[in-house]
Design a protein. Structure first.
Lengths: 323, 323
């Protein structure tokens, strides 16, 4: 397979953890990787090929400006490598907006796709993650966009988690078709009429973290708020639990017994274990890893990128949207 | 003080837990209570006064129909008692939509209020809860409505949690004023221009469960989805943790040491400990307790109702909206 273009200078822990992740992925999984970034910033790649790019987009930089002004950024170069058939996929833990803009402008949209969307796997303790989309690419959406999100999200969930016919739910404030905003009601009618997906109807906020539904479709405003609220409460809860576990010598001893039992849960909820979100609707595989990605997060993101290429998820999305 | 009208036949555990909660509140706190419902359904009130109402609104009944067709429902009678100066407040753990409709139609709106909103305290481990509104009364909102939610939410947070000048945040997908939907941008401009509240700008989903902000303002669609997602993940996590704690004899022994240390956290997150949400913008105190309220939840809801009456929060909201 063609190498995966990995943005070496994106993310809070770049380039150190990014390069370390690339090396681990090559060693452990034999995934071909090409790092992208300024050689003097990236430093020693440990023998991994480097695609030179002279500019770096900062984490807090305005995405639209960054993409236009920094023509030779690592993000633009990575997206161009995919477009030009020199890389099979791109992966970045950097500025999410700029990653989306580079992928959209350089790779282009799939035919018929109105707007790309970010699909984020939400961990569900003891079960397969739920795919939530749009997780923030489009603050405003139309019913036709949400229908495409349902179609693309289904293909992503199928390729990513092996669902045969993923159950697609529309996020609302009640299960009844009559509830929600005009956007929800119109989308519900379109999905009910038939869009080539296994639509199970409206779902509620609590269902996102349940095993009732596999793909949850919503606009990018609601999706982003829900995603960050969930991330926030999980972090807050684990900090509070850890504080209780370490509060006395007795609790520390007891926690030595309990932590192994909590291991699977902690692993399920570890952002580094998720493997990143995917930008759906562009003509290529673009994986977005979270900003504080460790080397392990990069390994998982590269593995997801490889799997999505292997499954030809982009080809399947192309067909699904044309439904 | 005038008695608090308590819907004896609303909630999954009514009338048993509701009546038990009323008796506890009278015994423990000396809160005057009048139960409302059909005498033959309520049964023995243990000496607490009963205001007879012949009809019961079911938990899943259509709210608008219920209020119009069941004129003599416990919810209508409770709201009328407040309107007619026979009760100081109403409390229900029943059908939320019907409770809102009864309160709105019988008590009426405060002068100038566009739409009432549900203000729900969200527990924040180790800190004071955050007031989230609108938690579901209005799927669609205008900027002017959100400004009033900020004003009313501030008064509620002040009375409920003793904040001097509550920090008000507007829920969005980034802290920058330029981010979000047109609704968010216009509301941000109005709140920045001055609305008599301590506006700290846009906040993100993660801030809802942090100590960065005291009142989070959003439309009722986003608010309801976030609220239910948070409730869902907390429930799921605690179930997973409990399963780990009880998985072996060794973990059960260890959990005996750890559970007391986790006590304050578990208490903070217990829905029965929160004391209920409040419908803001109607001309009277209306407390909405969650559907599965236990007697303890009812005691807490009655205590909140009493406090809101004592603080004249409705009078303060009347002034705040007229700002």
């Amino acid at each position: 397979m063609l190498p995966i273009a990995l943005d070496a200078v994106g993310g809070d822990k770049s380039p150190g953890e990014i390069v370390a992740g690339a090396r681990l992925a090559v060693e452990e999984m034999g995934v071909p990787v090409v790092l992208v970034g300024p050689p003097e910033v990236v430093g020693d790649t440990g023998g991994i090929e480097l695609l030179a790019a002279s500019e770096v987009v900062a984490m807090d930089e305005d995405p639209a400006n960054a993409v236009r002004r920094k023509k030779d950024s690592s993000l633009n170069r990575a997206a161009e490598a995919v477009r030009d058939g020199k890389a099979s996929a791109m992966v970045s833990a950097g500025n999410t907006g700029a990653t989306m803009a580079s992928a959209l402008l350089r790779m282009g949209r799939l035919p018929g796709v109105l707007r790309p969307a970010i699909a984020t796997p939400i961990p569900v303790p003891g079960s397969t993650p739920t795919v939530l989309l749009d997780a923030g690419a489009n603050a405003e959406c139309s019913p036709a966009m949400l229908v495409q999100f349902a179609q693309m999200g289904s293909e992503f969930a199928r390729a990513r988690f092996g669902f045969d016919t993923p159950r697609v739910g529309l996020l609302s404030i009640g299960e009844e078709d009559s509830k929600g905003t005009p956007l929800v009601k119109e989308t519900n009618a379109l999905l009910t009429a038939g869009a080539g997906v296994n639509f199970i109807g409206n779902v509620e906020g609590r269902d996102v973290v349940s095993d009732r539904v596999d793909v949850v479709v919503t606009d990018g405003f609601t999706g982003n708020v829900v995603l960050k609220a969930l991330e926030g409460v999980v972090k807050t809860l684990f900090e509070a639990i850890l504080a209780a576990f370490t509060s006395t010598e007795a609790t520390q001893d007891a926690s030595k017994v309990l932590l192994p039992a909590l291991g699977p849960l902690i692993h399920d909820l570890d952002p580094d274990a998720i493997g990143g979100a995917m930008l759906l609707g562009v003509d290529g595989v673009c994986i977005i890893s979270h900003g504080s990605s460790s080397a392990r997060a990069i390994v998982n993101a590269l593995a997801v990128a490889r799997d999505m290429v292997d499954h030809d998820v982009v080809g399947h999305m192309r067909s699904a949207v044309a439904h």
